[in-house]
Design a protein around this ligand. Structure first.
Ligand code: SF4
Ligand code: SF4
Length: 308
């Protein structure tokens, strides 16, 4: 019998530091059934640590990611005619000792120089922009990535992480792919949130964060995917929590709930520990209820021993 396709939940936030990874790992540790995790925060991936998995060196799979192309000159073929300089609209070519030189940072890989050079001195070479990994964590396979410093095309790397997560989900028969999205509202966020079954927006109870939430929700709503809202550190400003609830009512987002500031939760979050490891029972119950609400968006549940 063919395995039913895994549900996909993406956790995003309008800005960094709202506790997104904390709630992602809480869901990861409580979801019933097999799961696969995709850390799409490729500029600052930390889900491998939060899920208690091994560091990238111990990953089951490690592959290079090529984000784009850069022009390379064969100095032996260059006659120093200078034609390429006038055609490169990114000003990425200059002459040194009558040989064309490409500035690797300025080059956009457009390929015009390969077309205009009378000596065919240019080639386009793929440029490594990062790496991606598959690491087996205690909760299931995790696909994560590192965009190297100055590496471009994080949207493309997010896409790669997601496609490997799909393969892993098929392989292990997962019922959930849980995606930790990048912060903000840019192209990598769209790549992380597209083609999902639920979008969980995590924010905190400050006026700025509420604005970020509204912006992120507006972007997320273009997909027509159900959106849930969770407000972290809700006791910072109860007025913001009220406004977030009103926003949910007005826009048809699901209210997942709020989570008051908790010193032990903050410590677990900062130290990337299991979210439940330091919590008092009542706080842990509150967190379990939020996880159950989030999973309910896609018809999944928490493990039965964790309910109540
Ligand atoms: S167009 Fe070709 S031959 Fe002329 S300077 Fe550029 S690389 Fe050299
Ligand atoms: S590939 Fe495009 S940007 Fe790069 S050096 Fe050639 S013309 Fe300039």
């Amino acid at each position: 019998m063919k395995h039913e396709k895994a549900k996909r939940i993406v956790v995003i936030s309008g800005k960094g530091g709202t506790g997104k990874t904390f709630f992602t790992s809480a869901i990861a540790s409580l979801v019933s059934g097999r799961s696969v995790f995709a850390d799409c925060d490729v500029d600052a991936a930390n889900l491998a640590l939060a899920l208690g998995g091994a560091a990238p060196a111990a990953s089951r799979r490690q592959e290079r990611f090529f984000g784009g192309e850069r022009a390379v000159v064969d100095a032996g073929l260059c006659t120093g005619c200078g034609k390429c300089i006038s055609f490169c609209r990114f000003d990425a070519i200059h002459m040194e000792n009558s040989v064309a030189q490409v500035d690797p940072v300025g080059c956009e890989g457009c390929g015009v120089c390969t077309l205009v050079c009378p000596s065919s001195a240019f080639t386009l070479e793929e440029e490594m922009a990062g790496q991606w990994f598959v690491t087996d964590t205690q909760d299931g396979p995790l696909i994560h990535a590192e965009l190297q410093a100055g590496g471009e095309n994080s949207g493309k790397l997010v896409h790669k992480v997601r496609s490997v997560a799909e393969q892993e989900a098929e392989r292990v028969g997962a019922s959930l792919i849980l995606i930790d999205g990048p912060p903000g509202t840019g192209c990598p966020v769209l790549a992380a949130a597209s083609d999902t079954d639920a979008i969980l927006l995590v924010t905190e109870a400050t006026t700025t964060a509420l604005h970020d939430l509204e912006r992120a929700a507006e972007v997320a709503s273009t997909f027509g995917t159900p959106i849930g809202v969770l407000v972290n550190k809700s006791d910072l400003n109860p007025e913001v929590v009220k406004k977030a609830r009103i926003l949910c009512d007005e826009k048809g987002y699901r209210w997942i709930g709020d989570f008051p500031y908790d010193r032990m939760a903050a410590e677990a979050s900062a130290r990337l520990l299991d979210p439940f490891s330091l919590l008092e029972d009542t706080t842990a119950d509150k967190l379990r209820a939020l996880v159950a609400n989030a999973l309910n968006m896609v018809g999944l549940d928490v493990v039965s021993s964790a309910v109540g």
